[in-house]
Design a protein around this ligand. Structure first.
Ligand code: ATP
Ligand code: MG
Length: 687
């Protein structure tokens, strides 16, 4: 068993504990102090074990950043360290003749990137790809980089003005609290988990001053508005308005103290008492005035009331389901707050209209209870997703520089990392696909053809029955779990195998919006909703039920894939830099390094391979004496093979896909997933 080393909680396995104690002692006493190794390419030999030990030693010595050749590894300290992120330190890295000679830091990457873009010989756009699993610190790192540029790339003129709202750097920083309020939520893995991907382009003029920025978001997890996993929460903003509203606002938004909302689970976890003010202030600085803000919050309150509408099953199928007694008042309040006619709102949830025949006759069919719920949820998702997109566009118009006022950019990418839950669906497939593509981009850029990886063989021929499943079954990186009753397929991603449930996948991919819902929202008298759902939309919304539309259906996957391809094109046109965030434990505790958890993250991002390649590119020459000393230490640390009986590392220590086999390259795996997605798209487009 691996040990959790936190000083307070010694492990139960005496032998391993002894081992670690002696080992730590050795770190402190030995001449070769692993924690002083700033670059993992200097660990020798480079193995998962030695890399892990070095990172652990550094973590225990409060050294959270380590170079790994071309990548920076950032361990989440899970504790505030203000001096590590002070403006003084930013300036120190900025002023250093050779910042790479200073201690590894996110500022080194920031400064290097800044200098590259500044190169007078050939200025080139740069990007920083921040990756890591949920809670590893991606958003924190991106925010930190934005603050860094706000200091080192501030235009001198902007510091002269006294109006904070006019400072472009400040406005760019203000986009963070707003986007996090509306797009982040408390999950099991992270109290402030980003539920969307984000690429921000920081725009620089010829004098390398930041003159603006543009944000692109990906795949907002809009289902969270109406459905939260147990122990998780809705988007922060809902709690902020409920906790932070004044008495007056409570009256206006019908949010009396103590009222329970079914879409507001776990309100007792008080994380954002003071955040509402911060959000509002930031919105104001971005040009969203108080009346518009109040309009937004009123609509959000409307959504909470919408969520309290529960339907009772109808005994007669020909009759619509009615809201339960205590939900009647929710219908009234929701319609009031959303500016909708009460009867039409209710009817839209209760009754499906079908147009059929040559004359397009309209038939009305009462929906069963479950469908009423689905339509209610769909309404909320539709409103929230449009609101989020609109917010992003408002933010963009507030921070984006005129095209002639910038020449180069630094892009920061913060997308959610590889996900593998007990139940995985389309969201995970898209996220993991994106990670696969980003890893491919990384591999293409740095590792090229040198990496090999072994793919799991499919366990047997397809048992799966639908078209998708049949199509998937022939692929070498797909398998299925014979023991599982639910139809599913397994994709062996670079980061490990993930089982996706087939149920609901195609439907989710279609993301159907009954046309009545859009028509309903077009009737709203609320100024915000009137803007979000215009009667004559310029762009036709995806509302036609399948079979009636002649245009190919734009599926979630096809849209996501297109935006991902666009992103990759941008990335390809830049010089990329990589920061791998690592979460030292899943409890979010400071001073706690759980080897097993770190190990799986190292495996997932192929860090050891990265180091090997980097080391091959930049050979280190060390003296014979140093070599012997280093080797001696490591030999004692590793008396047997990595998964041997006396090893502190479990048999699973080495990942299946580790480059020990030449069976296949990464490419077929990527190709297979690429192949998967059109099949899904196609299946969704078929009635
Ligand atoms: P997700 O994918 O869920 O959005 P993430 O990788 O963006 O996760 P963050 O929200 O950036 O994770 O980090 C999680 C938490 O870890 C932060 O809220 C913060 O408390 C802590 N944290 C991360 N990095 C640092 C750091 N460098 N110093 C102090 N605390 C940190
Ligand atoms: Mg995040």
């Amino acid at each position: 068993m691996l040990q959790q080393v936190n000083g307070h909680n010694p492990g139960s396995d005496g032998q391993a504990r002894e081992y670690l104690r002696e080992d730590l002692q050795e770190f402190l006493d030995g001449e070769v102090l692993l924690y002083q190794l700033d670059d993992l390419t200097r660990v020798n030999p480079v193995t998962l074990e030695t890399v892990l030990r070095c990172l652990q030693a550094r973590y225990m010595a409060d050294r959270f950043y380590t170079n790994a050749g071309c990548t920076l590894v950032a361990l989440n300290p899970f504790k505030p360290i203000p001096q590590l992120y002070s403006p003084e330190l930013m300036r120190e890295y900025h002023a250093a003749p050779q910042p790479q000679k200073l201690k590894p830091h996110v500022f080194t990457v920031g400064e290097q990137t800044y200098r590259n873009v500044k190169s007078l010989i050939e200025p080139v756009n740069q990007s920083i790809v921040v990756s890591g699993e949920s809670g590893a610190g991606k958003t924190w790192t991106s925010r930190c980089l934005m603050k860094f540029y706000a200091v080192v790339a501030a235009s001198p003129a902007s510091w002269e003005t006294h109006k904070i709202a006019e400072r472009i750097e400040q406005r760019i920083l203000n986009s963070n609290p707003v986007m996090e309020a509306f797009g982040n939520a408390c999950t099991l893995r992270n109290n402030n988990s980003s539920r969307f991907g984000k690429f921000i382009q920081l725009q620089l003029n010829r004098a390398q001053q930041m003159t603006g920025a543009a944000v692109q978001t990906y795949l907002l997890e809009k289902t969270r508005v109406a459905c939260q996993a147990s122990s998780e929460r809705n988007f922060h903003i809902f709690y902020q308005i409920c906790k932070g509203a004044s008495e007056d606002e409570r009256l206006q938004w019908h949010l009396p103290e103590g009222v329970a909302f079914s879409w507001l689970p776990n309100p007792e976890r008080s994380l954002e008492e003071d955040c509402f003010e911060v959000t509002r202030e930031a919105m104001l600085h971005l040009g969203i005035d108080t009346p518009t803000q109040n309009n937004i919050f009123k609509v959000l309150a409307g959504l909470l009331h919408l969520g309290n509408i529960q339907f009772a099953a109808s005994e007669d199928e020909a009759q619509p389901c009615q809201p339960m007694d205590d939900a009647k008042c929710s219908v009234r309040t929701a319609s009031l707050l959303l500016g909708l006619p009460e009867d039409v709102l209710l009817e839209t949830m209760q009754i499906r209209t079908i147009r059929a025949g040559r004359q397009q006759q309209v038939f009305r069919k009462p929906c069963p209870r479950a469908e009423c719920d689905t339509r209610r949820d769909c309404l909320a998702k539709l409103i929230y997703a449009r609101l989020f997109d609109w917010l992003v566009s408002v933010i963009n118009s507030s921070i984006c520089a005129d095209t002639d006022s910038w020449t180069t950019f630094i892009g920061l990418l913060d997308v959610y990392g590889f996900e593998s839950f007990p139940d995985n669906s389309l969201e995970q497939l898209c996220i993991n696909y994106a990670n696969e593509k980003l890893q491919q981009h990384f591999v293409a850029h740095y590792l090229r053809a040198q990496q090999e990886c072994r793919l799991n063989r499919p366990s047997s021929a397809a048992q799966l029955q639908t078209r998708i499943e049949t199509a998937l079954a022939g692929s070498p990186c797909l398998g299925h779990n014979k023991l599982s009753r639910e139809p599913s397929f397994i994709v062996v991603h670079y980061a490990g195998p993930v089982r996706y449930h087939t149920a609901g996948l195609v439907e989710k991919n279609k993301d159907p919006v009954p046309p009545e819902l859009t028509r309903l929202l077009q009737q709203s008298r609320d100024p915000l909703l009137m803007g979000l759902f215009p009667t004559n939309p310029k762009e036709k919304t995806q509302e036609e039920p399948s079979g009636q539309s002649r245009n190919p259906v734009l599926t979630v996957v096809s849209k996501f894939k297109a935006s991902l391809e666009q992103l990759l094109q941008v990335l390809h046109s830049t010089t990329p830099h990589y920061i791998r965030c690592i979460k030292p434990n899943s409890q979010g505790q400071a001073q706690t390094f759980v080897q097993e958890e770190v190990l799986s993250q190292l495996e997932a991002c192929g860090l050891v391979e990265t180091i090997h390649i980097s080391a091959a590119g930049f050979p280190i020459r060390i003296s014979h004496q140093n070599f012997v000393e280093r080797y001696k230490l490591l030999r004692r640390l590793r008396p047997h093979t990595s998964s041997g009986p006396h090893s502190p590392y479990p048999a699973k220590g080495l990942p299946e896909w580790c480059p020990h086999s030449e069976e296949a390259t990464l490419e077929p795996l990527i190709q297979d997933i690429l192949h998967t997605l059109p099949v899904l798209t196609q299946a969704a487009a078929t009635p």
